[in-house]
Design a protein around this ligand. Structure first.
Ligand code: FAD
Ligand code: 2HG
Ligand code: ZN
Length: 464
């Protein structure tokens, strides 16, 4: 092991590795603090060649590698186990925007480029990188692709997968797979890059990506709406889409309890209403400065009793304040303490049934449980988080938690949904994957893993 360690340090070069406990600490604990581990060494290579050399060295010694981006994973995907034998490979020093091709509506970036920096670079070239999430100031392009993250505007632009035109990936034997093409059409054989999108570092290490860009959507109108029932949000979305079609950029649902956490824990956060409403929708539409387009739809929705109140941001500052409320939810929930995270999706047509039956289920299964529900309802994706009574002991929390989670996931399955919509599986949902995807799907996933990583050195202990 000492020999390997010395070789890894040499490959990473001065400033490219650390065993200092203080420097290691943020790399060893998950964002929520639920999962943590130890490591042999933290490596921060600067080039694809160095990543390949590291993988080759680790492969020779059968040592596990945990690729790490911004470490914002919600399911313990980016931290090592507690053996102290795995290597953490941070992409943070591979953070260049390689080029923006405005004419081709594409950009090439290193995997370690922070998502917000990639967005800025696209904007400076007069283009738009639509992928947007609360963690965008920290998460990296590589990590975001590796989880196939979703975020705030999937309805119009798709998840990370839809924005990937090409990838450069280091395979488990150190081979560099160069699929870094920027084409919208390419039917030359299997589309290999798809294998690595959403594979959470278990099939290869993404070192660079070519991303699809869009024209600037122009002026956006942003509104916060108070509604009576969560189910009305689905009707409201229908009205909005009928009027504005694909100009709807975002459509987020948030419960009063959730915004209550935000105003309690996030300094300066306040809602623009004097009264409270049971549920809220935060929506954004590309109206090109014609606010009246949105005003008319909302007036129509009010006539149909689909909303109780609405405020449209008058300028970018007000819009940013509304988005700050939304983007602060995960942080506020973290301050509030432990919750059972259920990142679920169902077909939009089943969303109302899910919400109604979910309420019944929680009432019957654990009447004292508190629902912390919010999310990307326009995509059929809800964060249906549940807080069990705080006075339950740790063991009972786990037992009760599993029971509640199982009931929720069973309902999701019955409605044709998924127990993991956008956060991935990591370590948190491995057992659920084994159960809810058992059969040919899981078998094929295992075969793929065996083929691409026969010695199981890429993010061992995650996903499958
Ligand atoms: P990490 O957390 O570092 O890693 C995630 C996974 O990818 C791990 O399995 C890791 O091993 C692997 N990985 C990392 N880099 C690479 C690489 N280069 N090659 C191969 N594998 C790699 N997610 C959403 O989908 N939508 C949201 O709206 C959303 N909002 C969030 C808000 C907050 C405040 C936070 C903390 C998280 C949020 N997330 C959201 C979850 C998370 O941010 C995303 O999944 C994010 O894109 C992960 O990127 P990262 O760089 O932090 O990856
Ligand atoms: C969001 O939509 C993230 O804000 C985080 O996906 C969800 O904290 C969560 O449960
Ligand atoms: Zn989300």
């Amino acid at each position: 092991m000492t020999q390997l360690l010395e070789r890894l340090k040499e490959i990473a070069g001065p400033g490219g590795w650390s065993t200092d406990p203080i420097e290691l600490e943020p790399h060893l604990t998950e964002w929520r603090g639920v999962y943590s581990g130890r490591t042999l060494v933290l490596l921060k290579p600067r080039s694809t060649a160095a990543v390949a050399a590291i993988v080759r060295a680790c492969a020779e010694h059968g040592v596990g590698i945990v690729p790490q981006g911004g470490n914002t994973s919600m399911c313990g995907g980016a931290v090592p186990d507690d053996s102290g034998q795995q290597v953490v490979l941070s992409l943070s020093r591979m953070n260049r925007v390689r080029k923006v091709d405005a004419r081709n509506f594409s950009m090439e970036v290193d995997a370690g480029c922070v998502l917000a920096h990639a967005q800025d670079a696209a904007r400076q070239a007069g283009r738009y990188l639509p992928l947007s999430l609360g963690a965008e100031g920290t998460c990296q392009v590589g990590g975001t692709i590796a989880t196939n993250a979703g975020g705030m505007n999937v309805g119009r632009y798709g998840t990370a997968r839809a924005l990937v035109l090409g990838l450069e990936v280091v395979l488990a034997d150190g081979t560099v797979l160069d699929s870094l093409r920027s084409l919208r059409k390419d039917t030359a054989g299997y589309d290999l890059k798809q294998l690595f999108i959403g594979s959470e570092g278990t099939l290869g290490i993404i070192t660079a990506a070519s991303l699809r860009l869009y024209p600037d959507p122009g002026e956006l109108s942003t509104a916060l709406i108070g509604i009576e029932n969560a189910g009305d949000a689905v009707e409201l979305l229908g009205v909005l889409k009928a009027a504005l079609d694909d100009r709807v950029e975002s459509f987020e649902l948030v419960s009063q309890r959730v915004f209550g956490l935000v105003t309690r824990y996030i300094p300066g956060a306040r809602l623009p209403f004097d009264d409270e409403y049971p549920w809220y929708v935060l929506l954004e539409a590309a109206t090109g400065g014609r606010r009246e387009l949105l005003e008319n739809v909302l007036a129509d929705a009010a006539e149909r009793d689909l909303l109780l109140t609405a405020v449209i941001a008058k300028n970018e500052k007000e819009a940013a304040e509304l988005w700050r409320l939304r983007h602060s939810i995960a942080e506020a929930e973290r301050h509030d303490g432990r919750s059972l995270k259920h990142d679920i999706s169902v077909p939009l047509s089943a969303m109302q049934a899910f919400l109604a039956r979910g309420d019944e289920l929680l009432a019957s299964c654990h009447p004292e449980a508190k629902l912390v529900a919010f999310g990307h309802v326009g995509d059929g994706n809800l964060h249906y988080n549940v807080v069990l009574p705080r006075d339950l002991g740790a063991e009972a929390w786990v037992e009760e938690g599993d029971r509640v989670t199982r009931r929720i996931y069973d309902l999701v399955r019955e409605l044709g949904g998924s127990f993991s919509a956008e956060h991935g599986v990591g370590q948190a949902k491995r057992a659920w994957l084994a159960e809810y995807r058992a059969g040919p799907e899981l078998d094929l996933m295992r075969q793929l893993k065996k083929t691409l990583d026969p010695a199981n050195i890429l993010n061992p202990g995650k996903v499958i």
